[in-house]
Design a protein around this ligand. Structure first.
Ligand code: BES
Ligand code: MN
Ligand code: ZN
Length: 497
């Protein structure tokens, strides 16, 4: 999809479709008014007849509106004007894209980007419109023998900004949106690929492709390298699988050589059956998404490299399957992590923290400015926050605030959860330094507490994306979250310098 920025009058757009908003009840937006005046009240006539009341989520496609240069006008319901905020803006753009996709326009000129949105800038509106458009046209049909062709797919969008002096910043914002969307598409594709294709080896190959395209440094540690580093926790998870584990290490150097890097760590369990502590069968297929943290790290590298952000970034992906086998670890096994701390594996299904803890210890060698891990870590986080907010845990409040801020900016929101010492007690073991589970109460918190024991040497935050990385049900699919948050966090970091 191609995007361009314009500042023009809606009635003078030579376009297949001009998109304007209608507030509830029956009030045209400014761009709608201009078309209405030019067309001898064609729009207000239609609205008066009751065909478009302005309810949010509704659309009405008009042909041959007099005295305009466009082939069609698409009216989009915006809901009540005083309730029109960021969420409603996103919903309106999403509805517009959906209708455009289902009708014949190959190209369109959108004026929703001109609407005032409380506490949001034109740049924000442009970036979000690009993200909504890219999301609307995303399909994952490469594994179907016949591709479902959208009848005539939308190819070009013109986004209109209110003032000519916003053309430059609008273009920057569209570029940012496009880079984030490209990163999200990579993350979504990797997430949606099944476990028999997207293995640890496949993830390493994808990292290799990224490294070649964007001139990144790549190192892939094999099982013998992990043995040499004493990564006993990570290796214990891989024991039950015939697919070799990989520790993928990507480096992007866009900043001053003296500047410490930000490190992203992504959980890369390409399928989580639970291991010997086998999961129940229902919806187990969704555990192919257990590498969504890893997919987000790869997608973030793509976006960051595309934008050429001036900072240094390291990505670490511990990748493995978690399967039952005669050689798999068993409940009660005690393993020694790279940090030297011993762990009693009371449940082999709490494998994410086992692969992450060794990756967190490995991160120390980069002397990071901050480490952020991204993981589909606990079902308990889904119970706590549902599918709306990602769980945020951190040992450093300033870092937590930066992530919260990036999440609010991008509408890719997180909720700050406690990481108090009081919860650490639940991880006591009679046989090792700690157990790998802390009981049902506060399950996402005790999981984060476990990780915190391996992240003492730097500022660290943990994002539990178990509820936000994918959707279930009839819209089953990867969401690409929290990639927008991560990229904006890094954009802000690179501005700090
Ligand atoms: N990958 C899962 C977490 C998960 C489960 C994410 C369901 C999304 C939906 C993780 O490895 C896991 O199995 N966690 C266990 C931990 C428990 C054994 C302490 C869980 O949440 O049940
Ligand atoms: Mn598990
Ligand atoms: Zn898992």
């Amino acid at each position: 999809m191609e995007f361009s920025i314009k500042s023009g009058s809606p009635e003078k757009q030579r376009s297949a479709c001009v998109v304007v908003g209608v507030f509830e009840p029956r009030k045209l937006s400014l761009a709608g008014e201009l078309i209405d005046q030019a067309s001898n009240h064609a729009l207000s006539d239609i609205i008066r007849r009751g065909d478009m009341e302005g309810k949010s989520g509704t659309t009405l496609l008009l042909h041959n509106v007099p005295n305009t240069l466009c082939e069609r006008v698409l009216l989009v319901g915006l809901g009540k004007e005083r309730d029109f905020k960021d969420k409603e803006y996103r919903d309106a753009v999403r509805a517009a894209i959906k209708t455009l996709n289902e009708t014949g326009s190959l190209e369109a000129s959108i004026f929703l980007t001109e609407l005032p949105v409380k506490r949001r800038t034109t740049e924000w509106k442009v970036e979000q419109a690009v993200l909504m458009a890219m999301e609307g046209i995303y399909r994952f049909d490469r594994l179907k023998s016949k591709q479902e062709e959208a009848r005539r797919p939308l190819r070009r969008l013109v986004l209109n900004v209110p003032r000519r002096n916003e053309l430059g910043s609008g273009e920057e914002a569209a570029k940012r949106g496009q880079a984030i969307a490209d990163g999200m598409n990579l993350a979504k594709d990797l997430g949606n690929l099944p476990g028999n294709i997207c293995t640890p080896t496949y993830l390493a190959e994808q990292a290799r492709e990224l490294a070649e395209t964007y001139k990144l440094k790549l190192e892939v540690l094999e099982q013998k390298d992990m043995e040499a580093l004493n990564m006993g926790a990570l290796l214990s998870v891989a024991r039950g699988s015939r697919q070799p584990p990989k520790l993928i290490v990507l480096q992007y150097s866009g900043g001053d050589k003296k500047r410490k890097p930000v490190v992203l760590v992504g959980k890369g369990i390409t399928f989580d059956s639970g291991g010997i502590s086998l999961k129940p069968g229902a919806e187990m297929d969704e555990m192919k998404y257990d590498m969504s943290g890893a997919a987000n790290v790869l997608g973030t590298f793509k976006a960051v490299a595309q934008l050429g952000l001036p900072l240094n970034l390291v990505g670490i992906i511990p990748a493995s399957e978690n399967l039952p086998d005669g050689n798999a670890s068993k409940p009660g096994d005690v393993v020694t992590s790279m940090s030297g701390q011993t762990i009693e594996v009371l449940n082999t299904d709490a494998e994410g923290r086992l692969v992450l803890c060794d990756a967190l210890t490995y991160a120390e060698r980069f002397e990071p400015e901050a480490v952020v891990d991204i993981a589909t870590l606990t079902g308990a986080c889904v119970i706590a926050l549902g599918h709306v907010a990602t769980g945020l845990f951190s040992n450093h409040d300033a870092l937590a605030r930066e992530l919260i801020h990036a999440g609010e900016y991008t509408f890719d929101r997180v909720w700050h959860m406690p990481l108090w010492d009081d919860y650490q007690e639940q991880l006591k073991s009679n046989f090792a330094d700690m157990a790998n589970i802390g009981g049902r109460a506060g399950g996402s918190i005790t999981a984060a507490c476990f990780l915190s024991r391996f992240a003492k040497k730097y500022d660290w935050a943990h994002l539990d994306i178990a509820g936000t990385a994918w959707k279930s049900g009839k819209d089953k699919g990867s969401t690409g979250r929290p990639l927008p948050l991560l990229v904006h966090f890094l954009i802000n970091k690179s501005a700090e310098s």
